[in-house]
Design a protein around this ligand. Structure first.
Ligand code: HEM
Ligand SMILES: N[C@@H](CC(=O)c1ccccc1NC=O)C(=O)O
Length: 294
């Protein structure tokens, strides 16, 4: 038995002739994928490959995240809540992988990074259109961000389209309205190209869902899934900030921002603020509506 030589038998049926058959590498277009790592440092720095692959794998996962989130948004529009939540469940796993992945890049020391940072010019993750697209789908719209993509027609077109489209949160709130929840009309009519801003009038609607979870189970479950999405997103941002602090300290960014201080401010951005605000209200007496003025 070959196993005694610590060698596995080559099963008789194993296919070896791929002249006329689809192969692994062909199906996955590995030729393209594996020829896309092109270090710019000269002489080539050993650690630049790590830097490139960390970014490329992130972009691949972002591509899938966007695919799933856009689909979840469309499913909500079609009143298919359980199917939408299935998509969100997958996104949560991708986010965990992306957050965990920071530990690989954290093995890059400040000295090593400084040795090839100069070759990166003004390129920066700030110019990641897929990252911006995910922020837009989740409702953190910012028209100003489009200016970075003036010279990239594909990225610009995608971001413009997502800017104009309702976010996943807009679609969820519309779904709630259609299924009997008292979502105020001004929310349903809002300008969806603007960043979502905390709306006090929505907190009572969410509170009703949380206080009668049994009878609002699917809406309640969806709210909790959205909170997971937001929390996971913030954990990624936090790990990015920590990686930045340990590799470049307080240096300004290659993209032109103040660097760590700029990234710190992103931790204050929020996607679903009412889903957090409701936690303060649960079990408290209802907030009186303000007296109408004049
Ligand atoms: C040593 C590693 C890294 C450093 C030192 C670093 C540094 C920075 C800095 C300073 C910024 C602010 C923009 C600027 O002025 O350049 C930034 C933004 C950004 N970086 Fe990184 N980064 C690192 C790794 C990564 C990785 C692996 C990704 C994954 C794609 C990434 C994605 C982003 C994104 C999406 C932004 C925009 C964030 C926002 O707008 O809030 N970065 N990065
Ligand atoms: N902004 C980083 C450079 C950087 O990290 C980067 C450069 C090119 C492509 C992606 C990058 N990642 C995140 O910003 C810096 O200031 O060192």
């Amino acid at each position: 038995m070959a196993i005694e030589k610590n060698t596995r038998e080559f099963d008789a049926g194993i296919v070896t002739d791929f002249r006329e058959r689809m192969s692994y590498g062909g199906y996955l277009d590995l030729e393209t994928l594996l020829s896309a790592q092109n270090p710019v440092s000269a002489p080539e720095h050993h650690d630049e490959l790590l830097f490139i692959i960390q970014h490329q794998t992130t972009e691949l996962w972002l591509k899938l995240m966007l695919h799933e989130l856009a689909s979840a948004r469309d499913l909500l529009r079609a009143d298919e809540l359980p199917q939408a939540l299935k998509r969100v469940a997958r996104v949560k796993h991708i986010q965990r992988t992306l957050t965990e992945q920071w530990s690989v890049l954290a093995t890059l020391t400040p000295t090593e990074y400084a040795e090839f940072r100069g070759f990166l010019g003004n390129s920066s993750g700030f110019q990641s259109y897929q990252y911006r697209a995910v922020e837009f789908v989740l409702g953190n719209k910012n028209r100003r961000m489009l200016s970075v993509f003036e010279s990239d027609a594909t990225a610009h077109a995608l971001l413009s389209e997502l800017l104009e489209a309702p976010s996943i949160y807009d679609e969820f709130l519309r779904y709630l309205a259609r299924t009997g929840h008292a979502v105020p009309q001004h929310i349903l009519d809002r300008d969806v190209t603007e960043a979502w801003v905390f709306d006090e009038s929505l907190v009572g609607v969410i509170r009703d869902i949380y206080e009668d979870a049994h009878d609002n189970w699917s809406a309640y479950e969806a709210c909790e899934e959205f909170v997971d999405l937001e929390e996971n997103f913030q954990l990624w941002r936090f790990r990015h900030l920590k990686t930045v602090q340990r590799t470049i300290g307080m240096k300004t960014g290659t993209g032109g921002s103040t660097g760590a201080a700029f990234l710190q401010k992103a931790l204050e951005l929020t996607f679903f603020p009412e889903l957090y605000a409701v936690r303060t209200r649960i079990g408290q007496p209802p907030v009186e509506s303000p007296e109408p003025t004049a």
